[in-house]
Design a protein around this ligand. Structure first.
Ligand code: CLF
Ligand code: SF4
Length: 508
């Protein structure tokens, strides 16, 4: 049985919080609720429809990767080359490698089918710049036929300086460099060798060369106005503390954003770290490091470590709809597709701007209500995108986790989940699925979804996570703030006992 519960109480409306300033409802006009008020207008315009560079955009816009770059020029201890480059992808994922002409056709076909797809990235399966001919042929082909698509590259940085001018000339203005260290001693524990002048250079000397190339590439890109994101893989006991220094240095050199990703390390991946028992960080360790670096640097918390041939919004994978054999058969009328793309994207931007203006989500709760500050609460959300709560609990493959506090609502990250319900007759091993969902949401107190069955409801509630389907189809941050206010009004935000699902210990 599904529960669809009506609102039982009126949520207090906080009028002071709705303070639209200016008449333009399109994004980038600097409304009171602009998520990036600190950024110059030109940069806001660059990132507003890039799902990785803007947390807000990732609810609405899609990206795709074309896997054209199989070779690599360094070795990472979390990679065994059978799989995609683990600097952007989850290990254990293999992508279908395409020739450049196939990749261009695929980009056009996806752009025609998914008009909200705004970015084509090259992120493996090896390193884009270790395969420069294939990478540049692909970028050039897309640029010539579809100049409305943003071009994006993820690289380990080893060959970056020699390709900066060509990247800039092609208009590749979003580039990610994976930087795991700025100290060769630390770097050598992660990267055992690099290729330099066609020879392998091992150990600390190799790591020194890698760091030198990465830093030089970063400086050159920033000088030329390219938005640089830095990815780092957090490896407990090796570079976890050191990443604070990495974050500080890359920010000082002009990197736009830092994406600290957890090492995912299992023996079955066959990597050096996997086979030698190197663990990845816990969720709490990852959050603590991101928070420590985030006081100074803009942090990315919505990365999904996606495949080198991923297609769709972050968190969804529509790659199976666009396999090489299907693409070969397609005819794409791009000028016609372009018209539709322009219309759809304009409508999305308009709706994002309107939501932002109407939103109360970023209002400081304490000042708006006049109440004393209360403890923060983590809430999980089931959503299929669009920035609203629109997914049945049983259909969620991931939950977005937000932190509500007296200062407002902040996105914390996503947690993967197994499908609780995979069809009317097949519901898999529900006990096992619930056990894994409870583990992944153990620090959350509320779960917001559009609907939920009574059985998982009871299990979640017994574990201290209150399911709440009362805010179906509402904007996520508004709903979270409303629930937070309800909790505050009903006295649930007082300090609680140690060991319960609460963030009190963290703030006390
Ligand atoms: Fe791809 Fe990377 Fe460009 Fe995004 S992904 S090349 S910046 S378009 Fe994004 Fe995927 Fe995380 Fe990468 S969620 S793995 S950060
Ligand atoms: Fe593997 Fe990517 Fe490292 Fe190359 S850069 S070794 S492909 S993880």
């Amino acid at each position: 049985m599904d529960l669809k519960i009506k609102k039982l109480s009126d949520i207090p409306v906080i009028k002071e919080a709705v303070t639209p300033q200016g008449g333009c409802s399109t994004s980038g006009c600097g409304s009171a609720n602009d998520p990036t008020p600190e950024l110059p207008q030109a940069i806001r315009e660059k990132i507003q429809d890039h799902p990785c560079y803007s947390e807000e955009a990732h609810h609405h816009f899609a990206r795709m990767h074309v896997a054209v770059a199989p070779a690599c020029n360094i070795q990472c201890h979390y990679c065994n080359r059978k799989y995609d480059c683990a600097n952007e992808s989850r290990p254990g994922v293999v992508s279908e490698v395409l020739k450049p002409h196939q990749a261009v056709k695929k980009a056009l076909a996806v752009a025609a089918s998914i008009p909200e797809m705004t970015v084509v990235g090259i992120a493996g399966p090896g390193d884009g710049l270790a395969n420069p001919t294939r990478t540049f042929q692909t970028f050039r082909g897309i640029r010539e036929q579809a100049d409305d698509i943003k071009l994006c590259l993820s690289t380990n940085g080893m060959a970056l300086p020699e390709h900066v001018e060509e990247l800039v000339a092609l208009g590749v203005d979003h580039i990610t460099i994976t930087i795991n260290s700025i100290d060769p001693e630390v770097g050598a524990r992660i990267h055992p060798w690099v290729i330099w002048n066609k020879k392998r250079v091992f150990g600390v000397e190799g790591a020194r060369l890698l760091i030198q190339q990465q830093q030089k590439g970063l400086e050159m890109l920033v000088e030329r106005g390219v938005l640089v994101k830095v990815n780092s893989v957090m490896i407990p006991g090796i570079n976890d503390e050191h990443l604070k220094e990495v974050s500080r240095v890359v920010k000082a050199k002009g990197a736009f954003m830092h994406n600290i990703m957890p090492l995912i390390s299992e023996p079955e991946h066959g990597t050096y770290f996997g086979l030698n028992g190197q663990r990845g960080p816990t969720q709490a360790e990852l959050t603590a490091l991101r928070d420590a670096c985030g006081t100074d640097m803009k942090m990315m918390r919505h990365c999904r470590q996606c495949r080198a041939d991923a297609v769709g919004r972050l968190g969804e994978d529509r790659g199976a709809e666009f396999t090489a054999d299907r693409i070969d058969e397609l005819e794409v009328d791009y000028p016609a597709a372009r018209e539709r793309r322009d219309q759809v994207q304009a409508a999305i931007r308009e709706s994002m701007g309107a939501k932002r203006l109407a939103s109360t989500a970023r209002a400081p709760v304490a000042s708006a209500t006049g109440k004393a500050a209360s403890r923060p609460v983590l809430m999980a959300v089931a959503t299929q995108g669009g920035g609203v709560i629109n997914q049945h609990f049983g259909h969620a493959r991931e939950f977005l986790v937000y932190r509500a506090s007296p200062e407002g609502v902040r996105f914390e990250g996503h947690r993967r989940a197994d499908l609780y319900c995979s069809g009317p007759d097949e519901c898999g091993d529900r006990e096992q699925v619930m056990a894994s969902t409870l583990r992944s949401l153990e620090d959350c107190e509320v779960l917001l979804c559009s609907r939920i069955g009574i059985e998982p409801w009871s299990t979640l509630e017994a574990a201290g996570i209150t399911p709440n389907p009362n805010h179906a189809m509402e904007p996520i941050e508004d709903a979270i703030l409303a629930v937070y206010r309800e909790m505050m009004e009903s006295g649930q935000l007082a300090p609680v006992e140690e060991g319960s699902n609460s963030l009190m210990a963290e703030v006390s």
